[in-house]
Write a protein that binds this ligand. Structure first.
Ligand code: NAD
Ligand code: IPM
Ligand code: MN
Length: 364
């Protein structure tokens, strides 16, 4: 998709801090469009808890339709305690899972990049996290999240809860290819993470990833068990370039990796593989701080940078957003989640405004 013509973006703010961080991201998009002369049309839609409240379902058909018709989708986050006791099909999270499946977004890129100025904000020692720049490639439409059979039923007088962890060769091949290709543009190293000492699905995963790796002779591949990987991420995160892994392991490891950067409020993501891309922060709706102007909007804003890069091929615009984020952090501004090593404390809106201002300065 070139830089000409209107770009249509479906915008799903979602619930909790999703709405707060999305408001800031939209200001950034508007500013980039003005500065660089792009026509970007945004249209809002409901998913998650707010969709449940308004329509009775977590993913209205109209939302999925809009997303299919758009060039890209932006999503805040969905969920919250008020819907936690809903039955499985009426959980807000089904909204996101339905979007991922419905749009065929099997490849989820979750970069964890430690800004030099934030090394002290991490809960780990600065010398451990300094220079860390890794990419988690998470399989997003398969594995235990989607396997059948699933559900809660009665068996021999008691309830059983069932989920099925299944991976097909084709699903492993395509996500492995994404990882090897990404590594080719980075430092040329892939770590495939599985639980092959116990799980058959992982034994197949390991074999297929190795097989795909033969077509990428310039990329080095190693395999790591997920429990060890969880430890290595804390012990020596600098060893990682690209991590490729299953849906659930990628979910867990990306929250862990976020703390290398200082906060989960820093981690953006891109979900690719279908006709268009979906961009969302890795974090959730943060009910504990929602509605108080405390949320860090950087993960959401950095997700828009990924949209400019991956959906629109606009690298300069993506870089302008990333540079503006780096400048504001260099100047010492921090949302509450990043205050471990001190700094100038600002709220969600102020952080958004600062990034917007730096966009101004760097835009030309
Ligand atoms: P969470 O990510 O919402 O919050 C975990 C902790 O991180 C909280 O202390 C929160 O305050 C903090 N945090 C998260 N984002 C932050 C930000 N931008 N700035 C500052 N602090 C931030 O995870 P949770 O509490 O386990 O989940 C809450 C709800 O969000 C659940 O309903 C869950 O299903 C949902 N969820 C949604 C998504 C998504 O929509 N993609 C992702 C994860 C969780
Ligand atoms: C994430 C979230 C989702 C996931 C939930 C909300 C369905 O935790 O995007 O990381 O587990 O994939
Ligand atoms: Mn998660």
């Amino acid at each position: 998709m070139g830089s000409k013509g209107e770009k249509r973006v479906a915008v799903i703010p979602g619930d909790g801090i999703g709405k707060e961080v999305m408001a800031q991201a939209l200001l950034v998009i508007e500013e980039i469009a003005t500065r660089y002369g792009h026509c970007i049309g945004t249209e809002e839609a409901l998913a998650g808890g707010s969709a449940l409240d308004a329509t009775g379902v977590p993913l209205p058909e109209s939302t999925l339709d809009l997303c299919k018709r758009s060039h890209a989708v932006l999503l805040g986050a969905v969920g919250g305690p008020q819907w936690d006791d809903n039955p499985p099909e009426l959980k807000p999270e089904k909204g996101i899972l339905g979007l991922r499946a419905g749009l065929g977004l099997f490849a989820n890129l979750r970069p964890a990049h430690v800004y030099p100025t934030l090394a002290g904000a991490s809960s780990l020692k600065p010398e451990i996290v300094k220079g860390v720049d890794l990419l988690i490639v998470r399989e997003l439409t398969g594995g235990i999240y989607f396997g059948q059979p699933r559900g809660i039923s009665k068996r021999n007088g008691q309830e059983v809860g069932i989920n099925t962890l299944i991976y097909r060769t084709s699903e492993i091949e395509r996500i492995a290819r994404v990882a090897f290709e990404a590594a080719g543009k980075r430092r040329g190293r892939v770590t495939s993470v599985d639980k092959a000492n116990v799980l058959e699905s992982s034994q197949l995963w390991r074999r297929v990833v190795s097989e795909v790796g033969k077509s990428f002779p310039d990329i080095s591949l190693n395999h790591m068990l997920v429990d060890n990987c969880a430890m290595q991420l804390i012990a020596d995160p600098g060893q990682f370039d690209v991590i490729v892994t299953t849906n659930m392991f990628g979910d867990i490891l990306s929250d862990e990796a976020s703390m290398l950067t200082g906060s989960i409020g820093m981690l953006p993501s891109a979900s690719l593989g279908g006709r268009n891309g979906l961009y969302e922060p890795v974090h959730g709706t943060a009910p504990d701080i929602a509605g108080r102007d405390l949320a860090n909007p950087i993960a959401m804003i950095a997700s828009t940078a990924m949209m400019f890069k991956y959906s629109f091929g606009l690298e300069r615009e993506a870089a302008a957003i990333e540079t503006a984020i780096a400048s504001v952090l260099d100047e010492g501004y921090r949302t509450a989640d990043l205050m471990a090593a001190g700094g100038r404390s600002v709220g969600t809106r102020e952080m958004g405004r600062l990034i917007l201002d730096r966009l101004d300065a760097k835009g030309h």
